[in-house]
Design a binder for this molecule. Structure first.
Ligand code: OOG
Ligand code: NI
Length: 465
């Protein structure tokens, strides 16, 4: 291994920054949103010193301003597996499997992200990546046409793939290569106002599902949103209309709480953008497409399997009390249901910890004189070790479906047979996805082990590994 390779965390940080700069120039509303989020975060930290102190202890305060996720949709197995290779250069691994077909969205997805807490701290950039499931299109002729169009396009520059291959064979990239790689990889995510199909073909694809047109009719998987992290999503939601941004009716995820869990998200409507379609004899037609939007999110503590089961159960309950999906018409009633149902979810970190509902990180308090043989539980009770919530780094399928739908038009809801297919997804990806719960567990375990070692060192007796 060469000493001169750039750390993948650094490449990811560069890339995340470059993506944000590109999206600012492509979608000026994103810049407005960044300003709003920065302002609300500063106000929230000033108004809630306990939250500020907690984020300082976990280090999250340092990553807050650079924290964002993006989303893309690819069309073929080859595109997905090359995407995996490209993200690997930046230290991003596929984590989790999300099946969106029950919600009428013909895709399944994963999140590419860093997996170790130290890497997440350096750059928490994540990309929700969906693969179109052409097999869910029942019109055979259209399915074949879409497959043909997709087979003909190349979404990566040759140079980006060359550098990804170099990373694979060398085990890393030197700085000049890494910088070139960032610039080359960025091309894949750009918006192209020229479609690869005729207006007729576009309309046919669109008629089947707007998402299908979005994936198939363009040169590449344009980044469709970039989402900053806010500390108070209700405040941003309330402020958006005052700044001329029309927000989605309902905030996806859990209701507002003292101790935030998982993820809350809201978005604003996609822009209508002019598109030039191909035509016979070099003629072209002008039309439009809505693809790109803005989103914000608030992240809370990651839940264990037990906590997640309770979350899913309460969310189902809240949704069963309205007819259909939450929308403009039932937004207030839905938010009230959510509050009522989630009263059953403990809203106190001590209790979430005691009941094994959430993941935490352990830190030494600095108090001396601990018995290194004592149990972790006793050491916590006696004030040698404290715990802080471990932030959720992933996504939520029901929320993701809500975000997709708000930007596809609420009417565009298809019915698909319920058939999650993680195996088919992993085959297309060329790798298995990592289990997010195992990653949280590892982080939690490492932090406890570090505390125990620290206490043992204080007591002057090294613990056996
Ligand atoms: C992805 C929608 C899901 C999220 O934050 O849950 C998503 C898409 O529209 O491609 O980004
Ligand atoms: Ni998103």
């Amino acid at each position: 291994m060469s000493q001169n390779f750039v750390n993948p965390d650094q490449i990811r940080a560069w890339f995340s920054r470059a993506m944000s700069d590109m999206y600012k120039s492509e979608v000026p509303l994103y810049d407005t949103l960044l300003d709003l989020v920065a302002q609300v975060n500063a106000q929230t930290l000033a108004a809630q010193p306990e939250l500020a102190a907690q984020l300082a202890r976990t280090g999250e305060i340092e990553r807050l301003d650079i924290e964002r996720h993006g989303a893309i949709r690819v069309g073929t197995a080859q595109e997905l597996s090359n995407m995996r290779r490209v993200f690997a250069v930046m230290g991003m691994q596929p984590v989790g499997y999300y099946d969106l077909s029950p919600a009428g969205v013909p895709v399944h997805s994963t999140a590419f992200r860093a997996t170790h807490e130290a890497s997440l701290q350096a750059s928490p950039f994540r990309v929700f990546t969906s693969l179109l499931r052409l097999e869910l299109i029942d019109d055979e002729a259209l399915r074949e046409k879409a497959a043909r169009i997709l087979a003909a396009r190349r979404i990566f520059t040759e140079r980006a793939l060359e550098l990804a291959a170099r990373h694979e064979t060398q085990g890393g990239l030197i700085e000049a290569d890494a910088r070139e790689f960032v610039a080359e990889a960025l091309h894949t995510f750009r918006w192209h106002s020229e479609a690869t199909v005729s207006l007729d073909d576009y309309q046919e694809l669109h008629g089947q599902h707007r998402l299908i047109a979005d994936v198939v009719a363009f040169k590449g998987p344009h980044i469709n949103h970039l989402t900053p992290r806010t500390l108070d999503i209700d405040e941003v939601q309330a402020e958006m209309p005052r700044r001329g941004v029309s927000a989605k009716a309902v905030i996806e995820g859990p209701p507002p709480r003292k101790c935030p869990i998982l993820l809350r998200q809201t978005s604003f409507k996609a822009l209508e953008e002019a598109v030039r379609f191909t035509g016979a004899d070099g003629q072209s037609a002008v039309g439009s497409h809505t693809a790109r939007f803005g989103e914000i999110e608030q992240r809370g503590v990651a839940l264990t399997r037990k906590g997640r089961a309770l979350y899913d159960q309460l969310l189902d309950l809240a949704r069963s009390r309205i007819s259909g999906a939450p929308n403009e018409g039932n937004a207030a009633a839905y938010m009230q249901n959510l509050q009522d149902c989630f009263a059953a979810f403990p809203d106190d970190y001590e209790q979430l910890h005691a009941e094994g509902l959430a993941y935490f990180r352990y830190f030494l308090t600095g108090k001396e004189g601990a018995d290194p043989e004592a149990s972790a539980q006793a050491l916590i009770a006696e004030g040698y070790i404290r715990f802080e919530p471990l932030v959720y780094e992933d996504f939520l399928p029901v929320s993701a479906a809500g975000i997709f739908q708000s930007n596809l038009g609420d009417k565009a809801q298809a019915e698909y047979a319920l058939n999650a297919s993680q195996e088919a997804f992993e085959q297309a990806l060329g790798a298995s996805v990592q289990d997010e719960l195992a990653l949280y567990q590892d982080t939690q375990d490492r932090s406890l082990a570090a505390c125990m070692q620290g206490l043992a060192a204080q007591a002057g007796s090294p613990v056996a590994a």
